[in-house]
Design a protein around this ligand. Sequence first.
Ligand code: COA
Length: 325
Amino acid sequence: MSPVRILGTGSSAPERILTNFDFEKIVDTSDEWIRTRTGIVERRIADPDIATSDMAYEASLRALEAASVNSIDVDGVILGTVTPDYFFPSTACLLQSRLGAKKAFAFDLSAGCSGFVYGLQLGKAMIESGEARIILVVGAETMTRIMDFKDRATCVLFGDGAGAALIGKSDMSGILSLCLGANGDDWELLHMPAGGSRIPPSEETVRNRLHYIKMKGNDIFKEAVKAMESASIEAIRKADITTEEIDLFIPHQANLRIMEAVRKRLDIPPKKVFINVDRYGNTSSASVPIALDEAVRSGRVERGDLILFSVFGAGFTWASGIIRW
Ligand code: COA
């Protein structure tokens, strides 16, 4: 098996910022409520002419540049998203074309917020097996398009953005472990009811606001903490390291209180946790790769550092992993 590592990362987010104070004018909420319940201060919102593939493209260009890899050398594009440009063709195909990655296969992956990390696992396995040498893994979302701006319980939580990582064959192993899980029993706690084959779009579905995120936040909170904790313990064990050795913990940036609960359960010191939920909100599958890219570019991560990341999302799906940078 060939060792696999991350060769370069990139991220992108729209310039336009929506603050908690902006939301005070839209729904019955307050900056104080959002801040204390979630840790979010502001999030990015895409202009009407920007879609998921546009942000994915920017993030991917940066990842290619960071890795010094030419797009023609990419063997595959795997893109995690719940907000594709179109139902079909896949956003990955649009990205593949725009990047000029002519040799690459391309497909989207639906695993909620865990899409990027699921993609990492697939890409890693393909490289290890010798089926591919370099794969572009992307998490990209335009969550503001499926947010119900009349539902204060959900609309304040999400934001737009994209993160990308190029992974490839290497002399030393960089991705030490990945542990994925899913449980579809409680799928209704976080879903978008209409638009698919179960409830096709109609005037009625639009009138009843069924093309937006529906979520039972309280129940998800508890499930997220449990799953992120157990997957992280498993990832640490599988990588054959100790928790004390971890240099940086990148939790899914959904809610500061969830991150804090997981951190405490894992007994990781606060200074080792990377947080940017205050600036982006929950960007779903883009959350972990944006955070990773910011951690790398801001110097929070140095060569050889051990990074734990953990994510939880709709499905439910979850995943944790250990990287040696
Ligand atoms: N502003 C003001 N009040 C709000 C509000 C808002 N934006 N959203 C909800 N409320 C109200 C509720 O209506 C409720 O009022 P009530 O007691 O009069 O009925 C009250 O606040 C408490 O609601 P509750 O849902 O119990 O709050 P909470 O402390 O659980 O926090 C979340 C809500 C959504 C922030 C929290 O549950 C959460 O983050 N869950 C995880 C969600 C998540 O991460 N999802 C994505 C997973 S990838």
